[in-house]
Design a protein around this ligand. Structure first.
Ligand code: ADP
Ligand code: MG
Length: 260
């Protein structure tokens, strides 16, 4: 669904991405890890087409992104940007409905099919109850769900999601990752999700790609990333790991004060 080949990008004379290659298969959940400033958002923005053409090639469903019109690309890939949006004076449902634009034209105005798709997306993310509230009156977690619903309503086959749980409490973190896993399973969506939630990535992702200083430093199944050595290569610090009580997978745990 997504193949990035040797992507390099510089700003102000500084290399931000250096020859990054990665791919996401149909229906695959890939978590993008890496410290702050590693280049995760820049990579997602290139795949989403919101930054000018870099050096390297981005294939969407086998076609060079540069050859696709914005409308064609929007049918393949949807992007959920990082953080809060500036105050949007629209109701949640209206924001989700805007995601249907790639399918509409003067000759094909919004139809029942589009409205149904919007309702389905609201339902899938569990936000029907506040669909008529103005976006800026919603909490951070609710806003994040609206943006996710908009991406779903776009009917793309690949979702690029940038730190969907920043600023969210543990309950919303759990819900957002549950929704992501759920749509992946039910709608066979491919996911590329940048996150600092290492444990969620280890539990939910099929594969992890880790960036550091604009380069891929580790890539593999969660089991291969769940080691003190691999995590140190990514974040530059030593982590303590312990097994999850239900799945037996290794996860990171905080060090107890005063312990070795
Ligand atoms: P991440 O999402 O992994 O935290 P980013 O992709 O946001 O990293 O940023 C990677 C690096 O690129 C950072 O050092 C950041 O300061 C720099 N950067 C991002 N956008 C710009 C820009 N528009 N101009 C200059 N530097 C930028
Ligand atoms: Mg970022």
């Amino acid at each position: 669904m997504l193949r990035i080949e040797s992507l390099s990008f510089a700003r102000g004379g500084r290399a931000i991405l250096r020859g990054v290659s990665l791919s996401v298969a149909g229906g695959e959940f890939v978590a993008l890890l890496g410290p702050n400033g590693a280049g995760k958002s820049t990579l997602l923005k290139h795949a989403a087409g919101v930054l000018p053409a870099p050096i390297g090639t981005i294939f969407l469903d086998g076609t060079d992104r540069a050859r696709l019109s914005p409308r064609e690309a929007a049918r393949i890939v949807a992007y959920v940007p990082q953080g809060r949006e500036p105050d949007i004076p629209y109701r949640a449902r209206e924001i989700v409905a805007q995601a249907r634009y790639p399918f509409l034209s003067t000759w094909r105005p919004a139809a029942r099919e589009d409205r149904e798709r919007v309702e389905r997306a609201l339902d899938r993310v569990g936000i029907k109850a506040f669909a008529d509230r103005v976006f800026s009156t919603l909490s951070g977690g609710e806003q994040q769900k609206v943006l996710l619903a908009a991406a779903l309503a776009q009917d793309a086959r690949l979702l690029l999601v940038d730190e969907p749980t920043t600023f969210l409490d543990p309950h919303f973190q759990e819900e957002i990752f549950h929704v992501l896993s759920d749509v992946r399973r039910r709608e066979n969506l491919a996911l590329l999700v940048a996150t600092h939630e290492v444990n969620r990535a280890l539990l939910a992702a099929d594969r992890i790609v880790a960036l550091r200083d604009g380069e891929v430093v580790r890539e593999g199944a969660p089991g291969t990333i769940a080691s003190a050595e691999a995590l140190e290569a990514i974040y530059g610090v030593r982590f303590l790991l312990a097994r999850h009580p239900n799945t037996d997978r290794l996860l990171i745990v905080p060090r107890a004060e005063g312990s070795a």
